[in-house]
Design a protein around this ligand. Structure first.
Ligand code: BGP
Length: 466
């Protein structure tokens, strides 16, 4: 199977997981700094020291046929407290980084927010506080103007679903609140409004280039062919996928979405507040999304469940330790015979194909799609610098095949970014869950191409999925 000639074969990173240097050159704190200090399991330093190593990583991109890179700007490098005056040293860092991308002919896809709201705004309620929306839009406007000559592809947010699940449902992200589904829904809506307002600012400023959003889309399938499992799967789908896709492309929530969201909210005696102007901004912005970024790792098979919430997060790679039961919604079945990673993530490329077909069918105004993250967390063995990561190659191959099939069927997919370019730490798992094409020895910061990097280069050069 082949990919189109102009298909981008990229690698993805995120500022907080890659840069390290969390106090360098006037960077402001983020909630994660305090959270990880308290947790004591692992530190955001040195991460992959991308703050200093980026020329090495971009050179590797060029050598290995990686012609796109997802980079996020750390908001708190530009505005250390989220608002106020810009920090010149932070601003200059990204100018240097984008310049290096151009020099190495690696197209940067730049995300404004990848889970790292500045601490002051996070403490004041993050996106549950409407002031954060205004601050985000001011920050977005600043970046658009500042970097418009160096950046063509802009992404407002990375994964509005998972960041709010982590913060308010699984409790694995700061502020570690568990099972507060109404808070998650409210914050998702507010972040979608912030996205819409940033898109409208982009239009108003006549920024050359393209703007989009990255959503994590996971297939939600009924575990058994019975009505109550079908309804449980539909409920989880609304919460994780449909609500966000409706907001992105329709600028509104469909009748079905509203009905199921209300059912979920009722189970928690909660409600969703829609502020004046929100729906107007969403509606207006829906027509300006130039692309959708799809992050796809896994799907879930959902059973009906009527008890209290109970979530056990597998944050160490102890296979079989995950439990996910959500009151008023359903339970994920981890005991089927679908292959899984050590972190219990179901390896199900069919889910990606179904999702791509669905976007085309249900949201025909989607324009184009980039697969902005996909990859396999794996405990790589470092055998004297030789890293044989066959299972990762197999994982990526199957997902690229799903993409090639979707393209054949007419879905407009223009590129793929493997998560991750080089090894970075994982938010809730730390340094032993590696995803990179390049192995990072975190003590020396030396990079070693894995077997997958050589394979990826061949695919990129030939466009043949071998
Ligand atoms: C996505 C995030 C990435 C990355 C990836 C892998 O949700 O956008 O930042 O972390 O998932 O997840 P994990 O690190 O939990 O394995």
């Amino acid at each position: 199977m082949r990919l189109p000639e102009d298909f981008i074969m990229g690698g993805a990173t995120a500022a907080y997981q890659a840069e390290g240097a969390v106090t360098a050159d006037g960077k402001g704190r983020v909630a994660w700094d305090t959270y990880l200090e308290k947790q004591g399991r692992f530190s955001p330093e040195p991460a992959s020291d991308f703050y200093h190593q980026f020329p090495v990583d971009l050179k590797l991109c060029q050598q290995f046929g990686v012609n796109g890179i997802r980079i996020s700007i750390a908001w708190s490098r530009i505005f250390p407290t989220g608002t106020g005056e810009p920090n010149q040293a932070g601003v200059d860092f990204y100018h240097r980084l984008f310049e290096e991308c151009r020099m190495r002919q690696v197209e940067p896809f730049v995300t404004l927010h990848h889970f790292d709201t500045p601490d002051e705004l996070h403490k004041a309620g993050d996106f549950l506080n409407l002031d954060t929306i205004d601050a985000f839009v001011r920050y977005a406007r600043f970046c658009f103007e500042e970097y418009k000559d160096q950046v063509t592809y802009w992404i407002t947010f990375n994964e509005i679903g998972p960041v709010n699940f982590g913060q308010y449902i699984t409790g694995t992200f700061p502020p570690s609140i568990k099972y507060d589904v109404p808070k998650a829904i409210q914050s998702m809506h507010n972040m979608m409004t912030a996205h819409a307002k940033a898109v409208l600012a982009f239009e108003e400023l006549h920024i050359p280039g393209e703007i989009g959003i990255v959503q994590a889309l996971e297939g939600k399938y009924p575990d058994r062919d019975i009505e109550k499992d079908k309804e449980a799967a539909a409920m989880e789908d609304v919460l994780c996928n449909k609500m966000l896709l409706d907001a992105t492309f329709n600028g509104d929530y469909s009748f079905d979405t509203k009905r199921r969201l209300n059912n979920i909210l009722r189970a928690y005696s909660g409600e969703l507040t829609i502020h004046s102007g929100d729906m107007q901004a969403l509606k207006e912005a829906a027509k300006y999304n130039c692309f959708l970024g799809v992050n796809y790792y896994q799907s879930h098979f959902i059973r009906a469940y009527s008890g209290d919430s109970l979530i056990c997060h597998n944050g160490t790679g102890k296979k079989g330790s995950s439990i996910f039961r959500l009151k008023g919604i359903g339970e994920r079945n981890f005991e089927n015979d679908i292959p899984k990673t050590d972190w219990d993530w179901l390896i199900y490329p069919e889910g990606l194909l179904d999702m791509l077909r669905r976007v085309k069918k249900d949201y025909p105004n989607y324009k184009k799609i980039y697969i902005t993250e996909n990859g396999m967390g794996y405990k790589d063995d470092f055998e004297n610098g030789i890293i044989m990561d066959g299972p990762r190659i197999d994982y990526v191959k199957k997902h690229l095949e799903a993409i090639a099939t979707a393209i054949e069927e007419g879905v407009n997919v223009k590129g793929y970014f493997i998560w991750s370019l080089m090894d970075v730490f994982s938010w809730s798992n730390g340094y032993n869950k590696r995803y990179g094409l390049f192995y990072v020895d975190f003590s020396t910061q030396k990079r070693y191409p894995k077997e997958s990097a050589y394979w990826y280069k061949r695919v990129s050069e030939t466009k043949e999925i071998m």
